[in-house]
Design a protein around this ligand. Structure first.
Ligand code: PMP
Ligand code: GLU
Length: 404
């Protein structure tokens, strides 16, 4: 998004220095091209291609008919917070009281609430990198200083406890990560998380945002929550939501669980910005949890199959360095071997150039790694049909072969 000179004269420094979300920008570009008649395959957006399960839709219709059309309590209906507390016990063996839970208009808002409530200007926020696009910009909005710490491809892009320890300073206020990760699909196992927790134990001024929104989309083993370690639990803000596991992106329901102090601070923040999220969506989310997670696990089986399909096809593309994503629905190959190659007199200098080439030549939309803190990579979402994935990778392979 390019601001005009007129806009620059009017808009705040805050918004002028904020980057547009690249995942959303690329999806917009793909939609525009499709509207012009191009046969675009969109692998840019991180969104389940499944419909929300019927029993959840039915609960929303019932909510309308029963008159749930009024403002909701800011932190969510008591019944929904109760169901979320039960979910934490059932899935994560965590004991949260309903008043430690704040329901928001998406996990994105829960993250923004927590960062705004914890970060003072100049505070350092360690972000495990590659990271989800919005983390860095939300930290900047809070006038914090993002400190990305890069995981290595050899370790499936997972940041180690040693790397974290080296990055901590007396100004570190917060650590943020997602597991399963967007954009890499990496999942921390219990041992890795424990090692990280042990480092954080030594620094009582540091809080931790554990973004677990892809919890159910896990192809390997069990999901582990940072909040399960008693010795740092008070300092962990657990983020989760309905968008991914229950295929409910448009309903806008996410939540966080934390200490009472942090939860009530987030409630105060939300009370001044958005109030409680939609009554109808909350009723749907309550029904989603009451129905258990069978539908989520069924969708995960489809993602696992697609992960295998994509990985196979990608391993056949020269110059794509891959690894095995253990969760979420993304793969994030290193494509730097293509930097310096040319097509029709134009040189590919970056992942952004390469993703633009892929969009224009193969009509496949992907997101370049710069926005995730990894300028050598490109993100592919495999939350789409086998046919589209197969065709997209066929086209990409053909296009890349033209680069000299
Ligand atoms: N965290 C991560 C890692 C995500 O990928 C997303 C996807 N949008 C979110 C948070 C926000 O999800 P929501 O739709 O609940 O705002
Ligand atoms: N989380 C998704 C993604 O990474 C949705 C887009 C967004 O909210 O940024 O593509």
């Amino acid at each position: 998004m390019q601001e005009t000179e007129e806009a620059k004269a009017v808009l705040s420094d805050r918004i002028l220095s904020l980057a547009e979300s690249q995942t959303i920008a690329m999806a917009k570009k793909a939609r525009e091209l499709a509207a012009k008649g191009y046969d675009v395959i969109n692998l840019s957006f991180g969104e389940p291609d499944f419909q929300t399960p019927q029993y959840i839709k039915d609960a929303a219709k019932k909510a309308i008919d029963e008159g749930f059309t009024f403002y909701t309590p800011v932190p969510g209906y008591p019944e929904l917070r109760q169901e979320i507390a039960k979910k934490f016990k059932r899935d994560n063996n965590l004991d949260f009281a309903p008043d430690q839970i704040v329901v928001s208009t998406g996990a994105k808002q829960s993250i923004a609430n927590a960062v705004m409530c914890l970060v003072n200007p100049g505070d350092e926020v360690i972000i495990f990198s590659p990271y989800w696009v919005s983390y860095e910009e939300i930290v900047k909005l809070a006038e914090g200083v993002p400190v990305p710490v890069m995981g290595r491809l050899e370790n499936d892009y997972k940041v180690t406890a040693e790397q974290l320890e080296k990055a901590i300073t007396s100004n570190t206020k917060l650590v943020m990560y997602s597991s399963p990760s967007n954009p890499t699909g990496a999942v921390f196992d219990e041992e890795e998380l424990l090692a990280i927790a042990r480092v954080l134990e030594k620094h009582p001024q540091i809080h931790i945002i554990a973004d677990e929104i892809y919890e159910y989309i896990n192809f390997g083993g069990k999901h582990h929550s940072m909040a399960s370690f008693d010795f740092i639990r008070e300092r962990v803000i657990t983020i989760n939501g309905f968008s991914k596991g229950y295929a409910m992106t448009g309903w806008r329901v996410g939540y966080m669980a934390a200490s009472r102090e942090i939860a009530s601070a987030c409630e105060k923040m939300q009370s001044q910005i958005t109030s409680g999220t939609s009554s109808i969506s909350q009723k749907a989310a309550t029904a989603a949890l009451q129905g258990g997670n069978a539908s989520a696990l069924e969708m995960t089986e489809a993602y696992r199959r697609r992960r295998d399909l994509v990985l196979n096809l990608m391993n056949d593309i020269p110059g794509f360095k891959t690894y095995l994503p253990s969760g979420a629905f993304y793969i994030f190959p290193d494509v730097s071997e293509y930097f310096g190659k040319q097509y029709e007199g134009k040189t590919i200098e970056s992942a952004l150039d390469l993703s633009m080439f892929i969009l224009s030549d193969a009509n496949v939309a992907v997101v370049s790694g710069e926005a995730f803190g990894a300028p050598q990579c490109i993100r592919f979402s495999f939350a789409t049909s086998d046919e589209k994935l197969t065709e997209a990778l066929r086209r990409i392979k053909e296009s890349l072969a033209k680069l000299q």
